[in-house]
Design a protein around this ligand. Structure first.
Ligand SMILES: *[C@@H]1O[C@H](CO)[C@@H](O)[C@H](O)[C@H]1NC(C)=O
Ligand SMILES: *[C@@H]1O[C@H](CO)[C@@H](O)[C@H](O)[C@H]1NC(C)=O
Ligand SMILES: *[C@@H]1O[C@H](CO)[C@@H](O)[C@H](O)[C@H]1NC(C)=O
Ligand SMILES: *[C@@H]1O[C@H](CO)[C@@H](O)[C@H](O)[C@H]1NC(C)=O
Ligand SMILES: *[C@@H]1O[C@H](CO)[C@@H](O)[C@H](O)[C@H]1NC(C)=O
Ligand SMILES: *[C@@H]1O[C@H](CO)[C@@H](O)[C@H](O)[C@H]1NC(C)=O
Ligand SMILES: *[C@@H]1O[C@H](CO)[C@@H](O)[C@H](O)[C@H]1NC(C)=O
Ligand SMILES: *[C@@H]1O[C@H](CO)[C@@H](O)[C@H](O)[C@H]1NC(C)=O
Ligand SMILES: *[C@@H]1O[C@H](CO)[C@@H](O)[C@H](O)[C@H]1NC(C)=O
Ligand SMILES: *[C@@H]1O[C@H](CO)[C@@H](O)[C@H](O)[C@H]1NC(C)=O
Length: 671
């Protein structure tokens, strides 16, 4: 009731109050018209993680994956495996979904082969979101390591990418990680990767979730573009269609060259790894299992620089949503959204509690999860940026023993449900599509509103004030078309008719909030209920914030601007101050909603946009060029790559991430 009265006061204020000071007071008290946003809630995190699945763009901005999803690779999909020798691939090994990726990794050796396979049926897979194939200890691989090792305490503190053997001070050879055997005779920088691949395939096998020709047969991950760990190359689910020697004639007259990092990796001089920088990327397919050495295109390779651009370009084709416009993402893989598992699920008590505690300190949140804005506007903007990007910092590193048992059991259970025999338990609703529709509907408009509401109306003249209010009103109205019925009103009843608690307003709110409510909500399996709870809370926040914004604009408009014959207000009219207050208050509410939603990837783009032939560049490991690698000394979770991620910070890598720019093959990577 208090809200109702305040709203009435507010609406009347444009007519009765002329004292701006007094009006300000009323407005300051009226902020509770907007729903209070719970920044500790997992809902915006689950929502945005679901939305981003299989999209290169979103997962590059938010690389610490938190979702494990059953998926399907479409029948008749081509899969590429390059290797540096002519042998049949062992199992498990990797497929690139794009030949460009395979070629760069292992196609430029003296005896390189590209094997193309094609799926003979829809094949089940399990997908880890984020940059789950980036060989770094920065959070990219948390989810898969947890599935393999049960809980955070068990995850070994070993690099994702093994350093070369070290010699002790007497020059004696020391054993370490990265050996394929106990005698330390075969050092493989990718041993940790092979262990992960076998471990994940063993999980499938042990739980009887798949095998050659049936059920789950691979693991989908992403770095630059998407790849597949294929558990068994003898499986009839993918047939070999060609096997080519792709070694190209090398350039003459150029000294043959190995990559600088490669020399270091294979020279055994571990300490050299810190200078001048870590490897820009891993060799993988056909990586040496002893001696030898993977060779990426060097100066003597005719396609050296173009092939890295091509790999990046292949990744860019799978960007998916950008600037709130839908794209296809990695469409050759489809998510089975009935069985999503996320590390934000409330049942993971220890993990969830740790996140909430940490973020309370980091972002000054209160116990119920509320955020209080700093007084100063610059501080406020900086804080909002950090909040909007908070998902980038989150890691699943506090998964306790009980959390871990729950995770293993649930992932197994949801994978089993995804097998066709058990799939009737699912509702059939595509939750990815739901989240994408919501982002498509509101993402761009929220940004648009936040900028149109930023207007300083004191600078407007004549009809400009009316035009500005009309512009904001138009955008808002568009979002309410499916939900709102205009009430009957007179000049006297205007404020009551458009009050927040007017029946038309509340009915519109209910329609907006439940716009994706399933008809059989109680019949949904638990995993879908969790997903829907996140969707519902996100819609609640969006609709709950946009309704007071919409109503206050309607009131402002109908009371002052609706009569086209009314002359424009005098420059000294209190209408200017009133309009400014309405705009500013609504702008703040929308900015806070945007921070809470965290769709930072959707509000980042190349400005100006790119022309045909160009691509909007963001740094994607490992194709981002050397500027990504200068991450300081190894250790502290950044052994081989980026500097530590800073909340909202602008470190070397992030400069390009948050201010992406257009590139083409000749200007790649950007200076
Ligand atoms: C905010 O969310 C957290 C995590 O779910 C919860 O513990 C807390 O009670 C919520 N706050 C409110 C006011 O509901
Ligand atoms: C792959 O499948 C074949 C045929 O079923 C089997 O003999 C082989 O052991 C499997 N390899 C692995 C690594 O599971
Ligand atoms: C593949 O091609 C390269 C370059 O022509 C050649 O050196 C190599 O011997 C070939 N490998 C095989 C197995 O024929
Ligand atoms: C993980 O937990 C399962 C079930 O309790 C157990 O069988 C398995 O040995 C554990 N794995 C590790 C690496 O601790
Ligand atoms: C490390 O030890 C191995 C075997 O003892 C030796 O061959 C190699 O030269 C040593 N490397 C360095 C950098 O001292
Ligand atoms: C490791 O060394 C022992 C003793 O020299 C030998 O018997 C064994 O075969 C070696 N194993 C491998 C994998 O080289
Ligand atoms: C938290 O409070 C500090 C000190 O007042 C301030 O500098 C910082 O910007 C605040 N952060 C957020 C996210 O509000
Ligand atoms: C609008 O612009 C005027 C003149 O530049 C300035 O004095 C005033 O503070 C601005 N108001 C707002 C709300 O930004
Ligand atoms: C619209 O404004 C004109 C000019 O001020 C006025 O004469 C007319 O009565 C107004 N119409 C209504 C419906 O208020
Ligand atoms: C790692 O972090 C610790 C504590 O923050 C710091 O003392 C140490 O110097 C860091 N090490 C490196 C190699 O940056």
């Amino acid at each position: 009731m208090r809200q109702y009265i305040l709203l009435e006061l507010l609406a009347l204020s444009t007519i009765i109050l002329t004292d701006a000071q007094e009006l300000q007071h009323v407005l300051a008290d009226s902020t509770d018209r907007f729903p209070r946003l719970n920044f500790s809630s997992p809902s915006p995190l689950i929502f945005h993680s679901t939305f981003g699945l299989l999209q290169q763009w979103t997962n590059t901005f938010f690389p610490n994956g938190h979702t494990i999803a059953p998926c399907t690779i479409a029948k008749n999909t081509n899969l590429y495996h390059a290797r540096g020798d002519g042998s049949f691939p062992p199992s498990p090994e990797w497929f690139g979904l794009d030949a460009e990726m395979s070629y760069f990794i292992a196609g430029a050796m003296p005896d390189s082969h590209l094997l193309t396979y094609r799926t003979t049926k829809n094949v089940k897979c399990v997908y880890f979101d984020g940059t789950s194939a980036s060989l770094m200890d920065d959070g990219s691989m948390d989810a898969q390591m947890l599935l393999l090792h049960n809980n955070s305490a068990n995850v070994p503190d070993r690099p994702a990418f093994s350093p070369p053997p070290r010699n002790d001070t007497n020059g004696r050879h020391l054993c370490g990680h990265g050996y394929a055997d106990d005698n330390c005779t075969h050092w493989n920088p990718l041993q940790a990767e092979y262990d992960r691949a076998s471990g994940l395939c063993d999980f499938i096998k042990e739980k009887n979730l798949g095998g050659p020709g049936w059920g789950f047969e691979g693991v989908v991950r992403m770095n630059a573009a998407f790849e597949l760990i294929w558990c068994n190359f003898s499986s009839p689910s993918a047939k070999l269609v060609s096997w080519l020697n792709v070694s190209a004639p090398l350039l003459d007259g150029v000294e043959s060259e190995r990559r600088p990092w490669e020399l270091k990796l294979f020279s055994g001089a571990a300490e050299d790894l810190t200078e001048p920088g870590p490897p820009t990327g891993p060799p993988r397919e056909g990586a040496p299992s002893g001696g030898g050495g993977t060779r990426w295109p060097g100066r003597d390779h005719p396609f050296q620089s173009y092939s890295i651009y091509e790999w990046f370009h292949a990744a860019a084709k799978r960007y998916g949503f950008m600037g709130s416009f839908p794209g296809r993402g990695e469409a050759r893989v489809r998510i089975d959204s009935c069985g999503l598992f996320t590390f934000h699920e409330p049942a993971l008590k220890h993990q969830v509690h740790a996140r909430i505690e940490q973020e309370r300190k980091l972002y000054n949140l209160t116990a119920p999860g509320y955020w209080t804005s700093p007084e100063d506007e610059n501080d406020r903007q900086a804080a909002l940026t950090k909040l909007m990007r908070r998902r980038r910092m989150q890691r699943a590193t506090a998964v306790g023993a009980t959390d871990g048992l729950y995770m293993r059991a649930e992932v197994e259970d949801r994978m089993r449900t995804a097998l066709e025999v058990a799939a009737e338990a699912c509702s059939g609703i595509d939750w990815l599509l739901t989240t994408e529709e919501i982002v498509a509907s509101f993402g761009g408009d929220l940004y648009d509103m936040s900028t149109t509401l930023s207007a300083n109306v004191s600078l407007l003249e004549g009809q400009e004030l009316r035009s500005r209010v009309a512009r904001v009103r138009e955008v808002l109205h568009g979002r309410w078309i499916p939900f709102y019925e205009y009430p009957r009103y007179t000049a006297d009843s205007l404020n009551t008719a458009f009050a927040l608690f007017a029946p038309e307003s509340q009915q519109a709110l209910a329609r907006c909030k439940t716009q994706y409510a399933p008809f059989d909500l109680s019949g949904l399996p638990a995993s879908e209920q969790t997903t829907y709870a996140a969707v519902a809370e996100v819609l609640g926040a969006i609709c709950g914030t946009l309704l007071p914004v919409f109503l206050s604009l309607e009131q402002l408009w109908l009371a002052n601007f609706n009569n086209v014959s009314t002359p424009p207000p005098e420059a000294t009219s209190p209408l200017y101050a009133d309009a400014q207050l309405v705009l500013s208050r609504n702008k703040r509410a929308i900015e806070e909603l945007m921070a809470w939603l965290g769709w930072a990837d959707q509000w980042t783009s190349c400005t100006p946009g790119c022309v045909i032939g160009q691509v909007c560049y963001i740094p994607i490991w490992p194709t981002g060029g050397m500027q990504m690698g200068r991450g300081g000394p190894p250790g502290n979770g950044t052994r081989y790559g980026y500097p530590p991620r800073q909340p909202g910070g602008m470190d070397h890598t992030q400069e390009y991430l948050w201010e992406p720019r257009c590139v083409d093959a000749e200007h790649y990577p950007p200076e």
